[in-house]
Design a protein around this ligand. Structure first.
Ligand SMILES: Cc1cc2nc3c(=O)[nH]c(=O)nc-3n(C[C@H](O)[C@H](O)[C@H](O)COP(=O)(O)OP(=O)(O)OC[C@H]3O[C@@H](n4cnc5c(N)ncnc54)[C@H](O)[C@@H]3O)c2cc1C
Ligand SMILES: *[C@@H]1O[C@H](CO)[C@@H](O)[C@H](O)[C@H]1NC(C)=O
Ligand SMILES: *[C@@H]1O[C@H](CO)[C@@H](O)[C@H](O)[C@H]1NC(C)=O
Ligand SMILES: *[C@@H]1O[C@H](CO)[C@@H](O)[C@H](O)[C@H]1NC(C)=O
Length: 535
């Protein structure tokens, strides 16, 4: 049995552009023909659909050590057999090494490529751009921005890959309302496709693939090795923070409200803030807000950062004052910071990422129309309150990555709900205790789905952000891709009729699933056709 392999790249018939020197290493057809265990798909003749389960090391169909070493020799010793980088952090693993693990957590430190292009043209775009290899992480980009006095759009999360998975499903950041999503930045991509070809996808070549790769989902159409992305004029981001909270029905000693008045006032204040978020996006800003439940419904806290690109600290103070006055007028004592340079947009944390948490989340994109009718806005706030009073944490991100701010070429396959949204929300549960039974995990998930439902009901026809979504999102095709699903599926079926690339919730993933022992939607099991017999 031949194994479809995508590690290697066939030399294309005609020379194609490369962004990064490593992209010039390609197998020739003769080399590939010398290894019968390796097959590249032929898109002109895809053959019958695959059946059964994917082969894994240990299966008799898996290439032998001898096969692999002959391939390695033909590649001049370049074949890698890497352990996951995190292996050094597992005490049971032969490569366990405490120092290496710490170094990995502080800064994964892979050797990644970058080049500034002051004058780049593709399609209708003429202007500054940058070549970035797909492995660059957000935090690494800030030094390049400073060195070249320009701004790139990169994830808010420091260790998120900038032009890998983030861009592939949209990608938001503090600049989303000013310059659009990550997928809106892309001018050209270098891609290894499922048939082993190395191609350029841009507004000028392989346009369908370009459309799909720009926001139509990760791990679906090809492996992106590098991108050319827009470079914007240097942009400072000014941050201000606001917080208030009610504890056991009291704002603090200076407040003379009853407990229930205080709780109502709290939610009135949160509503004023959520409403003002529309103005924030219109001024090019974003908010990162949290409404977090306490031990009872009379204890709940709110905090937010405002991230305002291109505004001075004085501008931001003046812009926020009417909101602060309105919240103070309902009797809420607020804590606020003096606006200043953003600590989350800049070379602050040097590759130290956020710590992993043990909770499950769902996502929802709130459409603009929820701000345009007072009744619908009130229903929206009621749904958020029900969610928080159910014991869940609400993390909202006001942003307006409209088509207008996205500009050319406009992030093809990205979820159309992003264009209409004024706020994305991550909807977190508190997690189940480590080691909980599969039934407990399923129960907890069912309850989360039940509490997200009122939020879905007030945002009908909108969608969810797959990069921060529930792996069991109901109607995920509609939620994650909207009315672009059919076109994306057609592109998937043309470029990868073998379903070589697979991840749950991606376009065309339906016929396959990971078979796990406990039935939970993890990656711990074989990937099989859903109709394949058990083995
Ligand atoms: C701490 C934290 C902070 C976050 N902050 C943000 C944020 O500010 N904004 C935001 O929008 N999202 C954010 N996210 C969500 C983030 O967008 C997703 O986790 C995303 O999947 C990360 O992509 P990655 O390439 O870093 O991850 P990976 O886990 O490496 O990849 C994710 C998926 O993309 C595929 N993929 C990766 N690289 C490529 C490639 N080169 N070609 C083809 N497929 C590829 C992988 O196969 C996988 O299916 C955050 C997540 C975390 C954990
Ligand atoms: C490939 O060959 C090189 C050079 O001999 C060696 O260092 C490397 O470990 C080999 N790779 C694999 C996967 O065996
Ligand atoms: C950004 O802030 C720095 C430091 O305050 C300042 O020197 C620079 O001129 C600002 N840049 C822009 C584009 O406003
Ligand atoms: C909080 O209020 C909700 C109704 O909004 C109710 O279902 C829940 O039981 C209350 N929680 C507590 C801890 O009282």
């Amino acid at each position: 049995m031949r194994v479809l392999l995508v590690l290697a790249v066939l030399a294309a018939e005609k020379a194609i552009a490369i962004n990064i020197p490593f992209e010039s290493f390609e197998l020739t057809p003769a080399e590939v023909d010398a290894f019968p265990v390796i097959a590249f798909g032929d898109s002109a003749n895809p053959g019958p659909a695959r059946t059964g389960c994917r082969f894994v090391p240990g299966d008799s169909e898996w290439p032998t050590d001898d096969d692999w070493s002959r391939l390695n020799v033909s590649m001049g010793g370049a074949l890698l057999r890497p352990d996951p980088p995190g292996a050094v952090c597992y005490p049971d693993h032969p490569r366990y090494d405490e120092d290496a693990c710490l170094a990995l957590m502080r800064n994964a430190g892979r050797t990644r490529e970058f080049e500034y292009l002051p004058d780049y043209s593709v399609g209708d775009y003429h202007g500054p751009a940058a070549r970035v290899s797909a492995g660059l992480e957000a935090w690494e980009m800030f030094d390049y921005m400073r060195a070249h006095d320009m701004t790139l759009v990169v994830p808010g999360g420091y260790t998120v890959g900038a032009y890998g998975g983030w861009m592939a499903a949209g990608g938001h950041s503090p600049l989303a309302s000013t310059f659009g999503l990550g997928s809106d930045q892309v001018l050209s991509l270098q891609v290894v496709t499922a048939d082993g070809r190395f191609v350029t996808a841009s507004p000028e070549s392989n346009q369908d693939l370009f459309y799909a790769l720009c926001g139509g989902g990760p791990s679906t159409y090809g492996i992106v090795t590098s991108a050319v992305v827009k470079a914007h004029p240097a942009t400072n981001v000014t941050t201000a923070s606001l917080r208030f909270q009610v504890t056991n029905g009291a704002f603090g000693s200076e407040s003379d409200m009853s407990a229930s008045e205080a709780v109502e006032a709290f939610w009135t204040g949160v509503g004023m803030f959520f409403h003002y978020g529309k103005d924030v996006t219109e001024f090019g800003g974003t908010t990162y807000n949290y409404v977090t439940p306490g031990m009872n419904n009379a204890s709940v806290s709110f905090r937010t950062d405002f991230e305002m690109p291109g505004m001075t600290p004085d501008d931001v103070a003046a812009f926020l004052q009417p909101l602060y006055d309105a919240i103070t007028d309902v009797g809420i004592p607020i804590s606020k910071t003096v606006p200043g340079p953003s600590s989350t947009w800049g070379p602050g944390r040097r590759g130290i990422g956020d710590m992993p948490g043990n909770s499950r989340l769902a996502s929802r994109l709130f459409p603009r129309r929820n701000w345009e009718s007072d009744d619908l806005f009130d229903e929206t706030m009621a749904a958020v309150r029900t969610f928080v009073e159910g014991g869940y944490s609400f993390h909202g991100i006001h942003m307006g990555p409209t088509e207008e701010v996205a500009g050319y070429p406009g992030g093809g396959g990205v979820n159309p709900a992003f264009r209409e949204t004024l706020m994305h929300a991550d909807l977190f549960d508190r997690g189940v205790a480590p080691g909980a039974s599969a039934d407990k995990v399923k129960e907890a998930h069912d309850r989360l789905v039940e509490y997200v439902q009122p939020i879905r009901d007030v945002t009908k026809g909108s969608g969810a952000y797959m990069n921060e979504g529930d792996v069991l999102e109901p109607d995920w095709q509609g939620s994650y891709f909207g009315d672009k699903y059919e076109r994306l599926l057609a592109i998937k079926q043309t470029t990868d009729p073998w379903n070589l690339f697979w991840a749950p919730g991606t376009v065309g993933s339906e016929p396959w699933a990971v078979r796990t022992a406990d039935g939970l939607p993890t990656q711990n099991g074989l990937l099989c056709r859903i109709d394949a017999p058990r083995r």
